[in-house]
Design a protein. Sequence first.
Length: 354
Amino acid sequence: MHQSKPKSVGPHLWQITAIREATVVILAIGCLIFAIQLSNVFAPVLLALLAAYLFQPIVRLAKRYIGWGPSLTVAVFLVLLLALLVALAFWLGPLLRLQIGHLVQALPNYAAAIVSQVDARLRSMGIDYQTSELESAAKLGAGRLLGIAQRLMRNAADVALAVVLWLICFYAFAAKWNKIPAHLSLWTPAALQGQVDAVLQILGQAFSGFFHGRLLIALVNAVLFPLAWKLTGVPFWLFLGLFAALLNIVPFLSGLVWVAAILVNYGDRLISAQAADLLSVFILPTVAFAAVHVIEGWILTPLIQSQQVNLSPAAIVVAIAAGGAIGGVVGMLFAIPCAAAVKMLVYSAQPSAL
């Protein structure tokens, strides 16, 4: 009796490499979209994870010289941090709150004064145009700034919730950081363990080299920027200086605050009938702003930021733009170390290409 041969069965869909890789890509994109939609929750968690990683050198030093465990070290650090923030709030809080309130109220008047001055200058030069277009543009800009300030005030509860979530996640991550690699190794195939460790080492080098340096430089700039603008007579110097120091964590972003400081200085001098000459409005604040960047570039960065991102200015600008388009402010914050890590991974087999 003739026995028929069993029919050959082709590979299952999940055994086809192209389909499997496409599925992984789709799942990764879906996870990214999901994370962006819940950015209010994931952003504090992600920042807490980054802060816990950056805090590990302090944990190791406390263990070596004092004998403290990670939990005690993190708890003492959080208590000292909260005490410092409370002290700063009582010291600088009233002045900062006063400056923010006055700035929000004065923005429409500044915009109207600047529009009137620009209108007079253009007409004296014989340039004919519709005044309503200039006024609408100024009102639109001032309205957006007022809208941002009002949203920040309305979302104070969300900010407080994000801070509490960050504190809880930071303590959990920093106190148990040594156990995280062991948990990750359980999900890593043994054949890929060496490659995964090498990739994690490169990522750690890129992120720690960027954030350790930028955060320390930002703390120094939080003193230099307000002091420089106070000495040059820029109004609301404390708020604008602290804001510039915060944005300066991401290279080039502090230039936005410089533009805002020039416009605010000009509008304030027009309203208060002070001298609105080129020296007091533009040159002195710009020299002060440039002096802080010179100190940062020639003194602070070589001394503090030992790990360089090794990216060209064009690559940094592209990375910041892409990060901002994908993840907003958090995306811009992580864009540069991610770009540096990708470059290090691509050229890891060719060190001379770096």
